[in-house]
Ligand binder design. Sequence first.
Ligand code: ADP
Ligand code: MG
Length: 567
Amino acid sequence: QPAGKTLPFQAEVQELLHLVVHSLYSNPEIFLRELISNASDANDKLRFEAATNPELYEGSGELKIWVDYDKAAGTITVRDNGIGMSETEVIENLGTIARSGTKAFFRNLSGDAQKDSLLIGQFGVGFYSAFIVADSVTVRTRKAGLPPESGVEWRCTLSGDEASAYTVAPLTRAERGTEVILHLKEEARDFLSRWRLTELIHKYSEHILWPILMPKEEWDKEKGEYRRTGEWEQVNQGTALWARAKSEITDEEYRNFYRHVAHDFDEPLAWLHAKVEGKHEYTLLLYLPKHAPFDLWDPKPSHGVKLYVKRVFIMEDAERLLPHYLRFVRGVVDAADLPLNVSREMLQEAKALDAIRGGITKRVLGLLEQLAKNEPEKYATFWKTFGRVLKEGIGEDHANREKIAALLRFVSTASEGDEPTVSLDDYLARMKEGQTKIYYLTADSLAAARHSPHLELFKKKGIEVLLLTDRIDEWWTGYLTEYQGKPLVSVTRGADEIEALDDAEKTAVESAAKTHDATLKRLEEALKGKVKAVRPSARLTESPACLVVEEGGMTLHLKRILEAAGQ
Ligand code: ADP
Ligand code: MG
């Protein structure tokens, strides 16, 4: 065979290689994900082209991906029977980074190895990630439709941590497609195990549509070791449920998939499967669990929604795809147009992810709306389990505040029993003529709330008051100052804020202030330092006195006073 030639890498490739070797050692396992993703793309491309030119199949149309390892030789091989590459393509694809965003990407790197590795680790570095684990990489490929003699062997060996050149040589290869052979570095030899490789395939490539095969092994009792049978067996499930048409998926399949993604043995409460088109295209399959995950109250919960790009697992990050207050949602989002690769603009990616996050958030809130409207019993279950978490959204998610507010459920003086069933819309619909505000009372318990002297006036007037007893209620009520244009007001605020007085009552209060002036002064004197003022009030019908907060004062403050006073 004619000798090969040595060619220099484009400067960006050299830089990228350097970066890969230096920054990504903390997350070496992504190499397999990247190589399998390339093999899968190659099969996709062949299938696409063969649709108009079936001869490209060369008589074998079963496209697959093979992953093999050789402990003695210290190699891992990833092989496909996809489109393959011509010599020109090899040089173009594996020697240069032609895509436009590369320079921008380099500009965005901080120089801090740890930060950068996070940045690129999330998206992967494509083919060059092979050099995280290998100090020498050989690619053998032959393009579909070309004769066997037009195969190419590409090879690159790191010297130290760098490589400035690679070789290409002609090759005769009967099978079309590509194999990538990694000669592992000493410290990466623990990947040379069937168990480890299988684990990585399950983790990252479970839903790749092409079968991923590994050599079948059997336990040899006599020798006390695993022995290859000479057959191959499929490792991945190979079914991306979310990629199938809704009409073809049974509820049972949806439930099974939930158990798989959420690691939950129970059934989901509800799910949402949608293909979103537009500026960013993505498919989502999201679930609401029935019960709270164990880490619901951890500041950094480990599970959330899994991000896939074209069926390749990218990351599971609770915060990146959904806001914290929706951390109970489980499932997958599969983006069609996000790169797996660093060779596009990172800023662009961040923006795209933010847009997707916003879209998903709206969808989840929409799902909750639908549930509340059409399946109130299920919604009640949801509310009981996750209502307190959703309330965080009032403070966290300014843009969706009104939407979230509509999803809140309360116990109120007008509702029966202790179940929170009243929505703000219910409240608005029941407002008295002339009433312009939404009244609520925060307390430690429903019993305490119901016996609060603050309610007396409202009871008398037949005005509904929402009874809030979650700790977090003190917090979010500070953010939701109005709903549908109606202010939310605590009944513990001063009389000026309460509009429920008619003229006769106002006159009565004013004359009481005059007649009892001396008594009030003496009370104020006696309570000096504890209260600001003592005033007559029309708001009490049974109790002799109650504490109120002055305008602009905080109810939390009041709560402390009440607690200190032993109420
Ligand atoms: P990306 O996959 O994002 O394009 P990579 O760095 O992973 O970037 O791969 C670079 C290019 O090399 C690919 O776009 C493809 O053209 C080519 N390539 C890599 N692996 C294969 C393969 N197994 N078969 C055919 N082409 C491949
Ligand atoms: Mg790739």
